[in-house]
Design a protein around this ligand. Structure first.
Ligand SMILES: Cc1cc2nc3c(=O)[nH]c(=O)nc-3n(C[C@H](O)[C@H](O)[C@H](O)COP(=O)(O)OP(=O)(O)OC[C@H]3O[C@@H](n4cnc5c(N)ncnc54)[C@H](O)[C@@H]3O)c2cc1C
Length: 511
């Protein structure tokens, strides 16, 4: 596996070791378990004894966070993902409470759970999704009512990976029905619920398209009695607890398709180099080479996205955008790569005698779990736009005296003092020339006119009443955008002002 220049020595060493162990020990176990649909207990023990579960747990609690961190977690997940479905219990344990316990747990809670997780003695699961709360996770209905030193939990969760095989469940429950709490996301509480809690049962194990041998469950909570001592953070702080680990967790989830892609590529290339058709190797056919090229650039980009996000996380930086992009790109690329690898392998690709069809099935599911890729796009749109906003403002532009077309001005021109509503109308008419078909925002107008909000509002309302401007109001009814009407354009400037006929147009065609 290729190193990144910013990896420390321990991470490089881990990458070498993880690759060797995966090739020699984990892949044989993982492939066998996936074929037999068995949970890969033996493989988990191999990973546990090498400390992989503790990659993000501080040394004080038996882990290697200071040396390996989120980057190390991604390294071992990338490798484990090459070994059947071995990476899934590992990643679920990594996202099933570690960050929340570290960030929001008390010292007692840290001592109680972290060392055992680091040793691989406790497997984790995330109990978040419910039958009626999927992407809209704030709609959680599983409720907890406090009774002395316990919460009594009633409800259902679904789609929990490792739902039957886990020891601790990072669970989010509703502790308030007050609309004002829900409006502020203060209606949820985070609980670590342990296997063996009376009232917690597995309701159903899903027969999924993939994850062969890995249990994915519905959980039922029937008066489940959970000690208050298992609550992470304050009551009502569940949303914040959930968010506290989200970015690093998403980066970890994004590293799993890296291993899938590497396996798919290596089987595709093996075929292309050894299969002869039409007196040539299928790998000599340009369209197959293009497929491999696409697989390579996708893998390269996916690894860059992941390990950049992991590096930022290890520096203590929050990575909402980077992690969401990595999750989106890597899972889409995982599926695309598996499909194209199968195509390169022809009929062999769709047999279960090679792991690529399984990778394709798993990769499809990865577009849905840990937040669907549509939800990732929503996050990327919101966060990405926020980040980019300072660079998105277009420069002030005016009609150039010589060229008669809109040109960037560089420095903004001094704002004109306003004597009345006509000045606002003229600015809107000029904007018709500079930004044809676009309204002006209030900020746009105020960049050109020295006018108070109150006066501008008054002028625009007067102009609207006279039919000279058209206004667009926001949901609260405030004026958000304005433009001149045709009548307003005619009143503001003579027709000649709006005319623009390029020199190449034959004058006799223009009337
Ligand atoms: C294999 C697998 C493993 C999983 N493991 C776990 C686990 O361990 N723990 C756990 O708690 N959950 C787990 N999940 C649940 C997973 O997180 C949810 O399936 C996911 O969040 C989507 O919820 P949903 O299935 O209810 O789909 P819905 O929320 O009903 O969405 C249906 C479709 O509508 C789209 N959609 C929904 N809202 C919007 C929106 N606002 N804008 C645009 N599109 C939207 C979605 O993208 C999707 O395409 C797992 C799921 C799968 C498939």
């Amino acid at each position: 596996m290729e190193y990144f220049p910013w990896w420390n020595d321990a991470q490089r060493k881990l990458a070498d070791e993880a690759k060797k162990v995966t090739d020699e020990v984990l892949i044989p176990i993982g492939e066998r378990c996936a074929w037999k649909k068995e949970f890969p207990w033996e493989g988990l023990k191999e990973m546990a004894k090498r400390g992989w579960f503790g990659a993000q747990i501080p040394a004080k609690y038996g882990g290697r966070a200071e040396e390996w961190g989120v980057t190390g977690a991604c390294i071992v997940l990338e490798e484990a993902a090459r070994a059947g479905d071995m990476a899934l219990p590992l990643v679920n344990t990594m996202v099933g409470g570690i960050h929340q316990i570290i960030h929001d747990g008390t010292d007692e809670q840290k001592e109680r759970w972290l060392p055992r997780i680091a040793r691989g003695e406790l497997l984790g699961a995330v109990a978040m999704t419910e039958p009626y709360a999927g992407s809209d996770i704030a709609g959680t209905e599983t409720a907890a009512i406090r009774e002395e030193d316990y919460y009594i939990v009633d409800g259902k969760k679904r789609y929990q990976t490792n739902g039957a095989t886990s020891d601790i469940y990072m669970t989010y429950v509703k502790t308030s029905d007050a609309p004002e709490d829900a409006a502020k996301y203060r209606h949820l509480t985070a609980l670590i619920i342990e296997k063996g809690t009376p009232g917690l049962t597995v309701e159903k194990v899903n027969d999924l398209v993939g994850f062969d041998g890995i249990d994915n469950c519905y959980l039922n909570f029937d008066n489940a009695k959970v000690p208050i001592a298992n609550r992470l953070g304050e009551e009502g702080a569940g949303w914040l607890v959930m968010m506290s680990g989200l970015n690093a967790e998403r980066t970890c989830s994004a590293s799993v398709p890296l291993g899938w892609m590497r396996e798919a590529i290596r089987y595709a290339v093996q075929h292309l180099q050894r299969r002869v058709q039409f007196h040539q190797r299928t790998g000599d056919i340009a369209t197959n080479q293009f497929k491999v090229a696409d697989m390579i650039w996708r893998l390269q980009l996916a690894r860059l996205l992941t390990y950049y996000a992991a590096y930022c996380a290890d520096l203590g930086k929050e990575t909402p955008l980077e992690s969401a992009i990595a999750k989106l790109f890597n899972t889409d690329s995982g599926l695309e790569t598996a499909i194209e690898a199968i195509q390169c392998m022809g009929g062999n690709g769709v047999t279960r005698f090679y792991p690529v069809e399984r990778i394709m099935r798993d990769a499809k599911m990865a577009q849905i779990y840990a937040g669907t890729n549509e939800v990732m796009k929503l996050l990327i749109y919101r966060q990405g736009l926020r980040n980019l906003m300072p660079d998105l403002k277009v420069p002030p532009r005016v009609i150039d005296g010589e060229l008669k077309i809109p040109m960037p001005l560089g420095k903004p021109q001094p704002r004109k003092a306003v004597s009345g509503e006509d000045d606002a109308l003229v600015v809107l008419a000029e904007n018709y020339q500079v930004n044809p078909g676009l309204h002006m925002s209030m900020e746009d107008i105020k960049e050109l006119l020295d006018v108070s909000d109150e006066d501008l509002n008054k002028h625009l309302l007067n102009l609207e009443e006279k039919g000279l401007v058209s206004l667009y109001r926001d949901r609260r009814g405030a004026i958000a955008l304005a433009r001149a009407t045709y009548k307003g354009l005619a009143q503001a400037k003579p027709l000649e002002y709006y005319r623009y006929i390029p020199a190449w147009v034959d004058k006799k065609d223009v009337f």
